[in-house]
Write a new protein. Structure first.
Length: 91
């Protein structure tokens, strides 16, 4: 499977990294790397995440971070839709 990041998901991870970097740049880099590593598993195991709260989506809890990756599977692609902090209301 191919992994596709939406612009919104890329903005989410960038915004989170910028916010975290204000206090701890090293932690921001670690968080981004952890999210990227976790999503890479979806290319081989697309159903790794739980059934999503929105129809047709799945949710991957990124261990070691407070982040949740919202994605959907379309044909032979995994579309990463959002990267959200667990405290944010979703949906």
């Amino acid at each position: 499977m191919e992994l596709k990041w939406t612009t919104v998901a890329l903005n989410d991870i960038d915004d989170a990294g910028t916010y975290i970097a204000e206090e701890n740049p090293r932690a921001a880099t670690g968080m981004a790397n952890r999210v990227i590593e976790a999503t890479a598993y979806l290319t081989e195991h697309p159903t790794l995440g739980r059934q999503g709260r929105l129809r047709g989506t799945r949710e991957l809890v990124v261990s070691g971070t407070p982040f949740l990756v919202i994605y959907r599977i379309r044909y032979n692609e995994v579309h990463l839709l959002r990267v959200l902090h667990h405290a944010r209301r979703w949906p």
